[in-house]
Design a protein around this ligand. Structure first.
Ligand SMILES: [Zn+2]
Length: 366
């Protein structure tokens, strides 16, 4: 009797240990989250077929763990970037138009703020204006995405180490050609806070500082010289923030896949998708060498409902079909590589993405 009790106890301990082994994943020191705004499966297919052909492969196609994310918001089947971004940044669904607050107006903690609290360095990159909804949700909290002047001020106050993108006008006083009614010059304030502040690709290349803000366009970036590309911005940010022994969190957004898909511009989507994929390659190359970096690539929502059709004389690679000039409620792809990547498979909710990252760091977000 005594013997069978102790045997049962041993069996129970063995079972518990086995369960613990399957439930715990390696914790990534660094996380690079790349968001293709509007990057449903259509833009991914367009980028592949349009650049390397149907038998070629983009960098995202080589990532070992894949899944889908659901994108509906708290109040709509078809989300906007503010609500979708809030889900990707905080793990909570909110109403369309809201930046990292819940539907009742409660402030939500973001994965970037958690990383900062853990002593990690942080960076935000976008080819759109940096106060646009996707970068905004990681470092600001406002009731409406239109409050871009508040977003800019909060972003700076949140102590993000690296800020790169467009949108200089939101940091510049009205009297100096910007849009700030409060006449604050946030680029000057950034310098006083210890940031290097600049507006050209050359200055980015030559920057030796560990904290910098580079705003390369008044509004959305062109990515043509003298502006840097998203790959160059991502590369510089990774090489700078990787000096922190506690690690880093970087969000890098290809913001213009969405813009071109709104215009049902096939060639524009191909170009933006391949440029975004170049940034994914930068992240993946670093992660492969580093071995402690989780790379997650996803979208906030699909834009345009883009589909591939047989080529025609005018469109020798493929013909694009579109269902809308707005967003759709389609699922979006998720790609992952690195420690913990196995958590990003199957059909996920968009809120699972930051919640899984927080879980890997042994924390809860909201
Ligand atoms: Zn959009």
């Amino acid at each position: 009797m005594l013997r069978s009790t102790s045997l049962r106890r041993i069996a129970l301990i063995a079972l518990t240990l086995a369960l613990l082994a399957t439930a715990s994943f390696a914790a990534p020191k660094n996380v690079i989250l790349l968001i293709g705004d509007g990057m449903g499966v259509g833009p991914v297919a367009a980028g592949r077929i349009g650049s390397v052909g149907p038998n070629g492969r983009l960098t995202v196609d080589t990532m070992p763990f894949t899944g889908f994310a659901l994108t509906h918001s708290a109040n709509r089947l078809v989300t906007d970037s503010a609500a979708a971004g809030t889900a990707l940044a905080t793990g909570v669904k909110t109403n369309n138009g809201t930046i990292s607050m819940d539907p009742d107006g409660k402030r939500l903690k973001t994965i970037l703020e958690l990383a900062r609290d853990l002593g990690k360095s942080t960076g935000l990159i976008s080819t759109s204006y940096i106060t646009d909804a996707t970068p905004a949700v990681f470092a600001s909290h406002v009731s409406s995405r239109g409050k871009t002047e508040d977003i800019a001020a909060q972003m700076l106050a949140s102590r993000v180490d690296v800020i790169l993108g467009g949108g200089k006008r939101f940091f510049t006083p009205k009297s100096k050609g910007g849009v700030r009614e409060d006449e604050r010059n946030l680029m000057d304030e950034a310098t006083k806070r210890g940031y290097s502040a600049f507006d050209s690709a050359d200055a980015l290349t030559n920057c030796k500082s560990d904290k910098f803000i580079g705003l390369f366009a008044d509004h959305v970036m062109t990515s043509d010289r003298p502006e840097p590309t998203i790959a160059e911005m991502t590369d510089k940010t990774v090489s700078t923030l990787s000096k922190n022994a506690k690690g880093f969190f970087i969000m890098s957004e290809g913001g213009k896949i969405d813009h071109l898909a709104h215009g049902n511009n096939k060639d524009g989507v191909i170009k933006e998708m391949t440029m975004f994929d170049d940034a994914v390659k930068v992240a993946l190359d670093f992660a492969k060498k580093d071995g402690q970096t989780l790379v997650v690539v996803t979208a906030d929502h699909d834009t345009g409902g883009m589909a591939m059709h047989e080529p025609s004389d005018e469109s020798p690679k493929f013909t694009a079909g579109w269902t809308t000039k707005s967003h759709t409620g389609n699922m979006v792809p998720v790609y992952a590589y690195g420690p913990g990547a196995e958590l990003f498979t199957g059909t996920l909710d968009n809120t699972d993405i930051p919640n899984n990252i927080a879980k890997l760091w042994g924390r809860k977000l909201n």
